[in-house]
Design a protein around this ligand. Structure first.
Ligand code: MUC
Ligand code: MG
Length: 383
């Protein structure tokens, strides 16, 4: 069989884009994002873009911008050159043979591949991923300045602008008592006007979570993301069983592969999966994890690694194809960055992200902006 879309060239570069304010999480504070942007050219001249963003170098999980760029240049690109770009699953399997793990790196390459092929066919990427089921999704914003007054100001503005009415608070860096006080103050300030969620990013042990999560729920929190370490399935299970009638427990760092999803589903250890294209290793594998959620009566949430508009639009395309049991999405990454690398961002209207149409991921990359933030030009080093 002749190859319809031979892969000709793949390049990966690291950008450094400052954030509009420090973003504080349980494991540190970031003031810039360093996404890896992949360009993939097919022999027909079409070029697709992909992205993998990490948070705080390798502090969210094992991969860093530098390791992602290296895996792509040294192993993943050589495994794909000359192969048929239209055979997505075969490309994934070649990448798996060349390189164990490295899900973020693989996801950026697969993204660029799907964008390039979709553009060659003049189709939106969602058409190649099963078809669109949602036109828009409720869009959360994360309050993570670390300061109650500033968080409340941010939330008020976003409510007035009709952009966000789901607010996620990043906690776990301070003492649980301080976190409960912080969340309670914000909950009082926004009473009745917003849905409140928290992300603890693995910071608590099981006993701390059992003691303090009920207090957060009393304050008004309805969705609790990754309260305990990623390995702590037993604690997740107990929390889900005991708190489940008052709030939902969402797995994030614990659910990466379809096998992780199966373990969580079998143990009935959470109510929702946070889906993220990078940690699942691509758009197709995000659908596999979502399929486990669907089969196990587990909800899904459209998560982010704070990508630019490239990775966010790609995520929007796959989220657009998923089932109805969802808790909205948090593809607000572009708004957290001082500037973007596309000519026009996805639209936010009436508290919902309008899910884009094609061709490809439906966003046009501004090459001047890409060059402006390119680490090879700015000379910045790793975080
Ligand atoms: C995470 O763990 O969910 C997503 C939003 C945000 O503020 O941080 C990320 C990472
Ligand atoms: Mg999270």
């Amino acid at each position: 069989m002749t190859s319809r879309f031979p892969i000709e060239r793949i390049e990966a570069r690291i950008l450094d884009i400052p954030t509009i304010r420090p973003h504080k999480l349980s494991f540190g504070s970031i003031s810039r994002q360093s996404p890896v942007i992949v360009q993939l050219w097919l022999a027909n001249g079409a070029c697709g873009f992909g992205e993998a963003a990490t948070i705080g170098g390798p502090s969210w999980n094992e991969e860093s911008p530098e390791s992602i760029q290296h895996a792509i240049n040294a192993y993943l690109a050589p495994a794909l050159l000359g192969q048929d770009g239209a055979c997505f699953e075969a490309a994934l399997s070649r990448m798996d043979s060349a390189c164990k793990g490295n899900a973020f790196a693989k996801s950026a390459v697969e993204m660029a591949l799907i964008d390039a092929v979709a553009r060659s066919l003049s189709l939106p990427a969602w058409q190649l991923l099963g078809g669109k089921r949602h036109q828009s999704l409720p869009l959360a914003w994360t309050l993570a300045s670390g300061d109650v007054a500033r968080d409340l100001e941010e939330a008020q503005l976003r409510l007035e602008q009709k952009r966000h009415r789901i607010f996620k608070m990043k906690i776990g860096a301070r003492s649980p008592e301080q976190d409960v006080a912080h969340v309670s103050q914000i909950a009082r300030g926004l009473a009745g006007r917003a849905t409140l969620t928290v992300d603890i990013n693995q910071a608590w042990d099981g006993n701390t979570a059992r003691r303090y999560l009920p207090q957060l729920i009393d304050a008004g929190v309805t969705l609790i993301e990754q309260p305990v370490a990623k390995w702590n399935l037993e604690a997740l299970k107990t929390l889900s069983a005991t708190l489940g009638d008052r709030a939902s427990i969402m797995a994030d760092e614990t659910v990466c592969t379809p096998q992780d999803a199966m373990l969580l589903a079998r143990a009935q250890a959470c109510h929702v999966f946070s889906l993220k294209v990078a940690k699942h290793g691509g758009l197709l594998r995000t659908r596999q994890v979502a399929a486990v959620a669907d089969a196990a009566d587990i909800g899904w949430y459209g998560g982010t690694m704070l990508e630019t508009s490239i990775g966010s639009a790609a995520s929007a395309h796959v989220f657009a194809t998923l089932g109805t049991q969802h808790h909205g999405c948090e593809l607000f990454g572009p708004q957290l960055l001082v500037d973007d690398i596309v000519t026009e961002r996805m639209e936010i209207r009436d508290f919902e992200l309008q899910l884009p149409d094609g061709p490809g991921f439906g966003v046009e990359v501004d090459m001047a902006q890409l060059n402006r933030f390119d680490r090879a030009r700015t000379g910045l080093t790793s975080v």
